[in-house]
Design a protein around this ligand. Structure first.
Ligand code: ITT
Length: 186
């Protein structure tokens, strides 16, 4: 038996990364389909609230949405829930500018996946700690990947996609999601 889930996102990178992570964690037991659709991202205080609101808006029997963000310690967690808007406006360069001269480069990337299966709603959170590079590095990935270096590493996610596939916030959230979906099939 396998479960088919529709991942609703306008971002193809997110779809590819999540599909690969789920495949690794659940094999053929979970099939992820991509529904390329944008939905309203409410202005809220947490990624969880954004996801819960999105799940109220989208239709479907087995649907998944994700809200992700970059939380920079020296900026008290900014851009956080505003990550998409900040990326569209000032980009990763803007984050580098705000951190110019700052020694505390710590940051965290977070993914919150929201699943609705019939009436049941579940959230799965994944985090990866790291730091902000001093300049943009690497060609792979998307979003803030060129400036994010996971803890214990020297390369940014954009320089080392294999590293991102192994330990990203999305990978960690996907493992929790896979565990839940597999538990339904036992
Ligand atoms: P949706 O259609 O799924 O909302 P999105 O690209 O708007 O796609 P988010 O709102 O979840 O995705 O992402 C917020 C911002 O964080 C956005 O600018 C992304 O590019 C960036 N981001 C998300 N995941 C990332 C990742 O794995 N690495 C680097 N940046 C990421």
């Amino acid at each position: 038996m396998s479960i088919e889930v529709e991942f609703i996102t306008g971002n193809e990178h997110k779809f590819r990364e999540l599909a690969a992570a789920l495949k690794e964690a659940a094999g053929d037991a979970v099939r992820l389909r991509w529904r390329r659709q944008r939905y309203t991202e409410v202005q809220a205080g947490s990624l969880e609230e954004v996801v819960l609101h999105a799940l109220e808006e989208v239709e479907g029997e087995a649907v998944l949405v994700e809200d992700a963000g970059l939380f920079v310690s020296a900026l008290n967690g900014f851009p956080g829930v505003y990550s998409a808007y900040v990326h569209e406006t000032i980009g990763s360069e803007g984050i580098l500018r705000m951190l110019r001269g700052e020694r505390d480069r710590r940051a965290c990337m977070v993914s919150v996946l929201g699943l609705r299966l019939g009436e049941e709603v579940r959230l799965f959170r994944g985090e990866v700690q790291g730091r902000i590079a001093h300049r943009m590095r690497g060609e792979h990935g998307f979003g803030y990947d060129p400036v994010f270096i996971p803890a214990g590493c020297d390369a940014t996610f954009a320089e080392a996609p294999e590293l991102k596939a192994k330990l990203s916030h999305r990978k960690r959230a996907a493992e929790k999601l896979a565990e839940y979906l597999l538990s339904l099939q036992r």
